[in-house]
Design a binder for this molecule. Structure first.
Ligand SMILES: [Fe+2]
Length: 315
């Protein structure tokens, strides 16, 4: 497989796992195409045509220096110039894969957050309410990312001739689907039941060994979990803190997320919504592993770095 084919495989897997379902993702792309066609020639010049076929703006091919057959990949949760140098030092790495977005995928991260509206709606939050609150947050995130040095790592990859891609929502969608299936396959009554279930997943077990295992942020081990929502695993980044009150009204009892800010925690407490934080890097690892297993099946060697807890489910 070549670099672009690896990203296409990842995007295909993420569409399969997408909570919205394939038809809704296709509709999203169709709308994007309609909007593109209405643009002026000047606007079309700077439009990223990739976004007409890839619904995840935070997952992209960032550099192809040698369009060769990929046999060995270096994969990290965060890739900085240090990891590009590491790939050079190892010597025979054909491609570096970052989970967190870089370059244009970082600049456009906020575009993927629209997914959160549909997920919240799936769990009973009215779409108009979800959209209003998430749109506020999308603006905030977009402005926040505007100041970043987006191309720093991409430039290093270009100078050193290292192929580079990133797979962000691609990995997060896979983690979210895996966790949703797992949670819904059993009857969970109390918060400690969720913690125990998560603790059986290898990535979380490894994280627990270094003190980063799943934790209850709001609620107690004895609290009844009620309806469990996987609203904070995929969708770019943290949503609006105002959402918890709306979630409670929609009948959600517990949210399982990757990470949560103090502001969000306080709002969840005020709304009587429990929160379990599965873990950030461990959840990112889980999602990436589900995609990396597909590469492994194709004979590609995987070298984990930068926090990735590599677990293979191929055997
Ligand atoms: Fe992450």
């Amino acid at each position: 497989m070549k670099t672009k084919e690896i990203l296409d495989l990842a995007v295909g897997k993420a569409i399969e796992a997408d909570f919205r379902g394939r038809a809704a993702v296709e509709k999203f792309l169709e709308r994007k195409k309609e909007k593109y066609e209405k643009l002026s020639e000047k606007e079309k010049e700077v439009f990223d045509l990739e976004s007409l076929t890839n619904p995840y703006s935070d997952s992209a091919v960032l550099n192809v220096s040698q369009d060769k057959e990929i046999k060995k990949v270096l994969v990290g949760i965060d890739v900085d110039p240090a990891e590009i140098l590491l790939a050079k030092e190892i010597g025979d790495v054909d491609l570096v894969i970052s989970h967190h977005p870089l370059g244009k995928a970082l600049a456009n991260l906020s575009e993927v957050m629209d997914l959160q509206c549909d997920i919240l709606n799936l769990y009973g939050v009215p779409i108009n309410v979800a959209e209003k609150l998430i749109n506020e947050k999308i603006g905030e995130v977009a402005r926040g990312l505007n100041k970043a040095n987006h191309q720093r790592t991409v430039d290093t990859a270009k100078i050193l001739g290292v192929n580079l891609i990133c797979c962000h929502t691609v990995g997060d969608n896979l983690a979210a689907k895996f966790l949703k299936d797992k949670i819904e396959s059993v009857n969970l009554e109390r918060m400690e039941d969720i913690i125990n279930l998560l603790g059986e997943i290898q990535e979380y077990k490894e994280a627990a060994k270094i003190g980063a295992g799943p934790k209850i942020f709001v609620g107690s081990p004895d609290s009844r979990c009620g309806k469990i929502a996987l609203t904070e695993i995929t969708g770019g980044t943290e949503g609006s803190p105002k959402i918890y009150e709306k979630m409670a009204q929609a009948g959600i009892g517990t949210v399982i997320g990757m990470h949560v800010s103090e502001d969000h925690k306080k709002e969840a407490e005020a709304a009587n919504v429990n929160i379990i934080i599965a873990g950030h890097i461990s959840s990112d690892s889980l999602g990436m592993n589900l995609f990396l297993d597909e590469l492994e099946k194709k004979g590609i060697e995987i070298v984990p770095c930068s926090g990735l807890i590599r677990v293979s489910r191929n055997n």
